[in-house]
Design a protein. Structure first.
Length: 425
């Protein structure tokens, strides 16, 4: 059986690994020269409810990516405003480690290859067309192309191309495969009704910062300093993707996290203003390169799905990550991607696709996002274990815990431990 995964971000990698573990042949198509997409500029794991979700998934048997991430982690149990027990992985080494793992598993990866169209018949996808005219055929397809870009969206709904890690000018635009197959995309919004949302953090070159800042980042993982009063801009918070970081502290303070580079927790910051601050006199952006002016625009391309991650209206397309909803985060992408990979294989061999139970955070968020986005204002929200509305829900339902034994007990009680290790073919 052949599973074709389109898009090699965290969701696509998780889907590919899971389908391979189930026994399928897997081809992963990625338009750039690197896996992990936005994961190359993120790094924050296990903050707030993400801890619970990561441990649930590990107990469910989808532990592979977490083991690699933990190996590439620079700091553990970092605290910053509104966030507890964050782990920070090193974005400068994570991709190579994940890539080696996928290749060693025997997953075929087509780099610098862009899916551009589909051959679809009676709601059944027969093949994916590539940018060079080649065709890739499979039994089932998983779309994990994310929701960022293409440049037209960043121009229309943002402040232009900010030259982010996805490098659209070099590798070509993201394409919505589900839309090509005839299923209308769902679009997220901001509070003011404008479509899309702006990515919420930038990367500074650590070596452009003062020695004091570098030392503090290296030893503690975090550095916080006040924004000069005249430069506080709370308006920026409303544009932000990451509602878990849309707290006033993130406008009033410069919050830096050490992810190999210095992760600046704001959407953009004019360079002249940044360089006024002590220790930032030589600061330089490295992602996005135009971080003094703007950031990438996201959440403009979601496919309608059920809670098994199958696209509604198509017989053999599954989705994960930002493509599957208003989910923010690596953990969220790994959760949804894993389930998509698992169910894609079940679907082809005629087994009923499964939903994860709502008594686990990983199951509850999938259902909650699906229900919520149908409600008034649901498309203006974002769903993450790390904060905002969904983390509040986790706490109110007693889903949030950092007690690993308790998490194991919950999964075992459902008889679901190691379910993702099961070979289906
Ligand atoms: C600046 C920034 C910082 C962030 N920081 C964090 C953080 O610290 N912690 C956290 O948990 N989350 C963070 N996030 C959010 C998180 O990175 C994303 O929500 C998550 O990684 C999305 O994963 P994905 O696989 O759904 O999509 P993406 O990462 O967008 O991956 C999609 C992939 O599909 C490829 N693709 C697209 N179209 C095609 C096509 N037609 N053919 C082939 N390939 C295609 C793309 O090249 C890309 O590699 C951050 C996001 C940004 C932008």
């Amino acid at each position: 059986m052949k599973v074709v995964v389109i898009g090699g971000g965290w969701a696509g990698c998780a889907a590919a690994i899971q389908a391979k573990k189930c026994g399928a042949d897997v081809v992963l198509i990625e338009r750039t020269d690197m896996l992990l997409g936005l994961g190359n500029v993120g790094g924050i794991m296990r903050n707030n409810g993400r801890f619970t979700a990561a441990e649930e998934l590990i107990e469910l048997g989808a532990d592979d990516l977490f083991r690699i991430i933990d190996k590439c982690t620079r700091h553990r149990n970092v605290e910053f405003p509104g966030h507890k027990h964050a782990y920070l992985y090193d974005v400068t080494i994570i991709e190579a480690n994940v890539r080696r793992f996928l290749l060693d598993m025997g997953i075929k990866i087509l780099f610098e290859t862009r899916a551009v169209d589909v051959d679809v018949d009676n709601n059944h996808i027969n093949a994916i067309y590539l940018h060079n005219g080649d065709k890739v055929e499979g039994d089932v397809y998983i779309e994990t192309t994310g929701s960022t870009g293409p440049m037209g969206n960043c121009i229309r709904y943002g402040k232009g191309c900010s030259m982010c890690i996805l490098r659209c000018p070099a590798y070509g635009p993201r394409i919505s495969i589900s839309q090509r197959a005839g299923i209308e995309d769902i679009l997220g919004m901001r509070d003011d009704g404008v479509f899309g949302a702006m990515s919420g953090s930038c990367k500074l070159d650590k070596s452009s910062l003062s020695e004091d800042i570098r030392n503090e980042l290296d030893s503690k993982g975090v550095y916080i300093i006040d924004v000069p009063k005249e430069d506080i801009n709370t308006e920026k918070l409303k544009m932000k993707v990451c509602q878990q970081y849309a707290l006033k502290e993130f406008a009033e303070k410069i919050i830096l996290l050490d992810t190999g580079h210095a992760k600046l927790m704001t959407s953009y910051y004019p360079l002249e203003k940044l360089r006024k601050i002590k220790g930032f006199e030589n600061a330089r952006f490295i992602d996005p390169y135009a971080g003094g002016k703007a950031n990438s625009i996201r959440y403009l391309s979601m496919a309608p799905r059920d809670d098994t991650m199958k696209v509604i209206g198509l017989d053999n397309l599954f989705v994960g990550g930002e493509k599957s909803g208003l989910f923010v985060g690596h953990t969220e992408a790994i959760v949804t991607g894993t389930l998509a990979g698992y169910n894609a294989v079940r679907h082809v061999i005629g087994l009923k696709c499964i939903e994860l139970p709502s008594s686990l955070a990983v199951g509850d968020i999938i259902k909650f996002e699906n229900e919520s986005k149908k409600k008034k204002d649901g498309l203006r929200k974002r769903y993450t274990f790390a904060g905002a509305e969904y983390f509040e829900r986790m706490k109110s339902l007693n889903l949030y815990t950092v007690d690993v034994d308790e998490i194991k007990r919950r999964v075992r009680k459902l008889l679901l431990n190691d379910m993702f290790k099961e070979k289906l073919i």
